[in-house]
Every structure is written in structure tokens, then in C-alpha cells.
Design a protein around this ligand. Sequence first.
Ligand SMILES: Nc1ncnc2c1ncn2[C@@H]1O[C@H](COP(=O)(O)OP(=O)(O)OP(=O)(O)O)[C@@H](O)[C@H]1O
Length: 271
Amino acid sequence: MTTDLLVGRELLQLYAARTGPTQALRGVDVSVVAGRVSAITGPSGSGKSTLLAVLALRERPAGGELRHRGRLVSSLTRRDLQRLRRREIGWVAQRPTHSLFPQLDARGQIAQVARLRRVAVDVDAALAEVALTSRATARPGTMSGGEQQRLAVAAAAVGPPSLLIADEPTAELDDESAALVLRLLQARAAAGSAVVIATHDARATAASDTVLRLRHGVLSGEHETGQDRTVTIDGLGRLQLPEEALPLFPTGRAIVTVADNHIELHPPRPN
Ligand SMILES: Nc1ncnc2c1ncn2[C@@H]1O[C@H](COP(=O)(O)OP(=O)(O)OP(=O)(O)O)[C@@H](O)[C@H]1O
């Protein structure tokens, strides 16, 4: 069974800019569901980080309505919000160091989050899950970008929190590390967390249950991964493949076989 943890209606967000206000979100309807990994994709500047910050209760939307477990977020006190963020929401910032304690080593990061969330944690297992056993005593400042990112995800996932939000969690990672992080996110969703990520990474969308597309602050589509969906064929016969299909065609070329009532697309055979 799925449950809506967060429901946003007509969400707006504005930022002041020198040229006037920027509308980062322009009426977004969204539901965040426990037990699922939801990916938000879209071009740079489309509002992904803004939407994540609103869903993580780190920014108040300028308009619209957001409910957390049915309660209006605008009615929550600062103290309620702080408590929710600390106890229930795991947050991985686009720059992972922004969600890490600079003075604590990797082991200390995990232990500190467990203290804040009032849960017991097996620190060694949490570090092993993201292949950081050998970096247990390293501080973020001495880690590579990929190590910081894995540590930030592991720390945010302690609990597990009811809501786990990660901005580009695989951006710095090679295939092996990305697979570890994506497995961890899927495992937390299977354990009941609502997981939301913003991503440009086809590896991450392929590992998600739902993909939401943002364009200029507007949600332009939602689909379940691994399911049939309708795409548009333009007047020249061109169609846009779903993002998660793109890694199948790394050369940008495809063999098309036209059958009786369908077509098949295959990557060209290597020479
Ligand atoms: N703090 C801010 N002050 C002013 N403008 C902002 C601020 N944060 C975001 N914006 C603007 O809001 C819009 C949405 O930005 P946002 O960072 O949410 O996009 P994004 O899809 O996450 O982009 P990227 O993929 O590059 O991270 C952009 O036009 C951006 O310039």
C-alpha cells in the first residue's frame, strides 16, 4: 500500500533577482509517496533544487499549499519544522559538504545523525554500505567529491527517515559507486521511506519508481518507469525516447526494424 506523505498543490516559489523576481516554481502539483523512489528531472534552472528545498521543508513556498501527513505546513511553528527536519527528513544537498559536519569524521557524521534522530545505528555497517570503511576516520575536507557524496547519502539515510531527499546524489559517482548509492536509496524506500531525488543521471532515473519532469518551474509529466507510455511523433517522423532508454543508444544511432504493427529499435551491433 502507498501513502502520501507530502502533498503539494499549486506550489509557487519566487526569488528576487536584479532583473525582477524569478519564478522558480509556477504552480506545481506533487505527491510524495512512502515506499517509492521518485526522481525529478529537467533542464538546468527548471526548478528541481527549489522543489526539493520546499519538499524538505527547508524553504517555505511563496504560494500554494503543502501538507505533511495531512497537516498544512504553513500552520507549523518554527519549532515543529525544526523537529521534523531533524528527526524525520534526510537531506543531501547538491554540494554534499553542505549537508555534512565539517569537524566530524565519517564515523562521527553517522553517529551524530543517529543521535539527532534518536535511533541506534551500526556505524560500521552504514559506512560499509557505501564502501567507506577505509575512510571511517576521514573528515569531509580530506575526502574526494565522490566520497563526500556517498557519506552524505549514508548519513542522511540513517534511521531511516520517513523522507529522504537528495539533490543529484550520483553526480560525482562512477558506475560502481552510483550503483551502491542507488541500491541504498531503493532499500530505504523498501523499508518505508519516501525517497525523492533530483537528477540528470539516466542511471538514477532508471532506478526510480516514478519520474517527474520539470520545465521552467512547471511539472510537464509523470510516469512510472518500466511501463508503457505515449510519446509524440512530430511531423518529420521524429520521436523523443524516454530518458532512461538513452543509455541503450550511447552512439546516438539505432537500427529500426518495421514489423506488421510495431517497430523495434536496437543499438547498432559493434563492428
Ligand atoms: N537563492 C536564489 N536566488 C535567486 N534565484 C534563484 C535562487 N535559487 C534558484 N534561483 C533561480 O530559480 C530558478 C530555478 O533554480 P533551481 O536551482 O531550482 O534549478 P535546478 O533545476 O535545480 O537547476 P540545476 O540543474 O542547474 O541545479 C533558476 O532560474 C535559478 O536561477
